[in-house]
Design a protein around this ligand. Structure first.
Ligand SMILES: Cc1cc2nc3c(=O)[nH]c(=O)nc-3n(C[C@H](O)[C@H](O)[C@H](O)COP(=O)(O)OP(=O)(O)OC[C@H]3O[C@@H](n4cnc5c(N)ncnc54)[C@H](O)[C@@H]3O)c2cc1C
Ligand code: SF4
Length: 576
């Protein structure tokens, strides 16, 4: 497979910067890694004042202008790893509510049926409702107070190699125009030469993807599979849902052929009488119909009487979307090599049976920090030293949690009914009767239009763009407005399409240009062009992009590569 980068500018010198550890991505995994490393160094320096280690050359790179701004989650926090990282964190962290009530419903087109018991993976008593943006911002404060530098507004754009060793990260060039020419404010990216690089970029990380492709790291793993979560935050009149109440739904609007479901979490804004509802729908990126639109799925979901009643008289205040990795244990790549480690969602540490990854991201970041600390002490960041991270994960509670659900997502490949039956078997046999159930990449399920009913059949209510009534339901552009997304407009496109002839000649006819549907931010448009073979040509609005990574994952020909735009651009999530 060809590796794709933004075209490098010719004859540019990139200033070098030495580093001990560089962490790419300041989400829960990256921040926990930085904080744990700082704790270990403080402890070492207190015990060995004669041979202190410095934190001066440990950096976190975060592409958002402010820490937390590009993170999106449900979010319920399982506090297990936070209790290890910062005992007593509950007294000062921004926690919106403690979960005190949970329920799971199965929805038909108009009915709703409560499951008599909440399945064990979805029991959330004792977890916290949080805004991941505020939580990560708070963690960032802790990291900075500990003396570690976070470079916000800086994206890692390329890995630097010395032979087969990862030797650092190049940050994004700033001030480049659409034609790939320097503007008057041009600033070249830095070459940060690091002993250890920790990839903490979240789902489908762009540097992680480069590394995986370069060393063919997934060769004997199950391919990673994904879902995309489309989320709205609502203010609703009090009394509709309690702060700390959690509802999951299965079924409508999905049919038995698609995988996914919804979450509804209640919390309260301090000082406000309105209740805040976090409402979102995760659609598995392994559906068949290329016309299916995950943002439309959420809009249809809200029209179900059970949900309409909850939202009636309320106001949508925020919107966003993000992909999440579903593959589980068998889809984890090797976690470390010469000069590098992969943590959090970039590796795929997410328990899809629980829709939870924050606590695993934090724990994996902490274990990577312990390994990086060893490497600094020994002045050795070879694969032999860093591969201890793999062993640390395999002997930690991360494996205890992920092993019994190692086949969870795979067994839904034959539909919802078979999936639920097999999930019950997994509960009994700690992962199912088979040790490893294989899987395939979700985009391979997409069917050509010729194989599908022209009227959409049972899926018709989720296909194509949602229109929106402006009160309960919204079209994509109205939703997008509530994500606060902004990019410098005059910069090269950060969505790289290997060959647009495939879009204009083949995809439009075979699959009906699904990029227009799966992108939750209207970035892709097929515009009229009489010179194009099918009268349509692809056109991009990269400034709309909310960095969800769905296009990189779901395009049927795998010719789209998402690369970071100029640092600082992207959504402005707050309270999500
Ligand atoms: C819709 C949805 C609902 C979810 N609900 C829950 C829930 O309720 N509870 C739960 O526990 N988990 C939930 N999860 C999963 C959870 O959010 C993730 O597991 C967790 O956020 C992963 O943390 P991370 O640090 O690995 O990645 P992220 O949170 O994605 O953070 C990655 C960070 O890296 C930055 N970055 C990426 N690439 C670069 C680059 N090249 N250079 C610089 N910076 C970069 C990003 O801007 C971001 O700040 C949900 C996920 C989704 C998508
Ligand atoms: S362009 Fe890609 S990454 Fe950006 S919002 Fe659309 S699908 Fe998501």
């Amino acid at each position: 497979m060809t590796l794709i980068f933004r075209k490098p500018l010719p004859n540019i010198e990139h200033p070098e910067m030495p580093a001990d550890v560089v962490i790419v991505g300041g989400g829960p995994a990256g921040m926990a890694c930085a904080l744990r490393l700082s704790q270990l160094i403080d402890d070492h320096n207190a015990r060995h004042p004669e041979s202190p280690l410095s934190k001066e050359n440990i950096y976190v790179l975060e592409k958002a202008r402010e820490a937390g701004q590009h993170c999106l989650s449900g979010a319920l926090l399982d506090p297990r790893s936070m209790k290890e990282l910062l005992p007593g964190f509950e007294s000062e962290a921004p926690l919106d509510a403690v979960v005190n009530k949970d329920a799971v419903y199965f929805l038909t087109r108009t009915g709703h049926y409560r499951l008599p018991i909440t399945p064990p993976p979805l029991r959330d008593h004792g977890n916290y409702v949080i805004s991941i943006n505020r939580f990560v911002k708070w963690l960032a404060g802790k990291v900075e107070a500990a003396g570690i530098t976070i470079f916000t507004g800086f994206a890692g754009s390329e890995l630097l190699y010395e032979g087969d060793r990862v030797a650092g990260v190049r940050t994004d060039d700033k001030g480049v125009d659409k034609q790939n020419q320097q503007k008057s404010n041009f600033e070249p990216g830095y070459d940060i030469k690091a002993k250890v690089v920790v990839l903490a970029e979240g789902t489908r990380g762009s540097l992680t993807k480069q590394l995986i492709q370069k060393f063919d790291l997934m060769k004997d793993r199950n391919p990673q599979t994904y879902g995309v979560g489309v989320k709205e935050l609502w203010e609703v009149p009090s009394g509709r849902i309690e702060a700390g109440e959690v509802i999951y739904t299965m079924g409508y609007p999905l049919t038995m052929k698609e995988y996914g479901g919804a979450w509804i979490y209640g919390s309260q804004n301090p000082g406000s009488k309105d209740t805040i509802v976090s409402l979102g729908f995760v659609t598995g990126l392994d559906y068949r119909d290329p016309r299916l639109d995950p943002q439309h799925v959420l809009q249809t979901f809200k029209q179900h009487p059970f949900i309409t009643k909850l939202l009636d008289g309320g106001k949508m205040i925020r919107y966003g979307a993000k992909a999440l990795p579903y593959g589980g244990w068998w889809s984890l790549p090797p976690l470390a090599g010469d000069g590098w480690m992969i943590v959090g969602d970039s590796a795929g540490f997410l328990n899809s049976a629980r829709l939870k990854g924050i606590h695993l991201a934090i724990k994996s970041g902490m274990l990577a920090a312990e390994t990086a600390f060893d490497a600094l002490l020994k002045s050795d960041s070879s694969a032999a030293t860093l591969s201890k991270f793999q062993r640390r994960v395999e002997t930690s509670w991360i494996k205890d949690e992920l092993w019994p659900v190692r086949n969870f997502h795979q067994v839904f490949k034959n539909g919802m009914v078979a999936g639920v039956f097999n999930t019950a078997l997994q509960e009994i046999f700690r992962g199912g009767p088979r040790n490893r159930v294989p899987s395939h990449a979700g985009h391979e399920n997409l069917q050509p239009l010729a194989n599908l009913p022209a009227d959409g059949g049972p899926e018709a209510h989720m296909l194509g763009p949602a229109k929106g009534d402006g009160k309960l339901t919204f079209d994509k552009l109205t939703d997008l407005y509530h994500s606060g997304t902004k990019h410098e407009e005059d910069q090269p496109a950060h969505l790289l399409i290997q060959d647009t002839n495939v879009c204009n000649d083949r995809c439009v006819k075979e699959f009906g240009s699904p990029c227009q549907n799966f992108c939750p931010a209207n970035v892709y448009e097929m515009v009229d062009d009489e010179t194009a073979p099918n009268g349509k040509r692809i056109s991009l609005n990269p400034a709309n992009c909310v960095h969800c990574k769905t296009c990189d994952i779901q395009d049927p020909y795998q010719i789209i590569t998402w690369v970071p735009p100029e640092g600082g651009g992207g959504p402005n999530y707050d309270g999500m």
